[in-house]
Design a protein around this ligand. Sequence first.
Ligand code: GTP
Ligand code: MG
Length: 246
Amino acid sequence: MDSSPQAELLTLIVPVYNEHENFPRLVEQVERDIPQPFRLLMVYDFDGDTTVPVARELAATRPWMSLVHNTLGRGPANAIRAGFQAAGSGPALVVMADLSDDLRCVPEMLRLYREGNRVVCASRYMRGGKQVGGPLLKRTLSRMAGLSLYYLAGLPTHDATNNFRLYDADLVNEMGIESERGFEIGLELTAKAYARRERIAETPSTWTDRTAGESRFQLWKWLPLYLRWWRHAMKAGWSRPPAPSK
Ligand SMILES: Nc1nc2c(ncn2[C@@H]2O[C@H](COP(=O)(O)OP(=O)(O)OP(=O)(O)O)[C@@H](O)[C@H]2O)c(=O)[nH]1
Ligand SMILES: [Mg+2]
């Protein structure tokens, strides 16, 4: 049996919270920008979520799409954790349903994964990447976190906090996920992978603020959680042996 990474099926993990307006457009974009084969797992927290009926209808004619009920506890981190458990192994791409992520970089992300990288970041803060809109304070903190880790800790990405990211699902399930609340989960996984010396790569990507639905990002509540993983990545960088001198 061929068990090379090339043979592994791509899983898209899409956490949703009342995204009935955006989800059908996300499916259009997925079909347009991501070459088959892949499967899409839409992860919702409760039966009354407005995305559920819309997604059921779309899934009826799309065998590659299914709905996953997150029973690990509410919130995006638990939803993503439930998605990884359902994904099992192989490449798993976390993608938001708010249409903020540009899916045209997915083929390049997959190529970098198949080259042996176990975490592939879509990067807003590297050359060629971009961020359009969004609250100024959140944007500034996120950029500062990313650039400080890149320049001071040697993290191989300029954008440690973007959650639109491709992972090796086995790696994630092996490392485990401690985040229980918000989107610090992306920073947690990248910090842990870096501490383990796993291969991490990045590719430029444009993030655009949502135009429909509501943001659920809770900056002040989640900031201490982000700081914990920022420190973890910093420490991992400082404890690395220095690069050999030329
Ligand atoms: N299952 C689940 N999904 C969620 C939850 N909160 C947000 N999401 C989904 O996660 C994705 C991103 O959520 P947003 O609230 O836009 O957060 P964000 O993109 O980090 O932040 P913004 O910059 O404010 O847009 C969307 O697909 C949401 O529907 C939640 O509590 N449970
Ligand atoms: Mg958003």
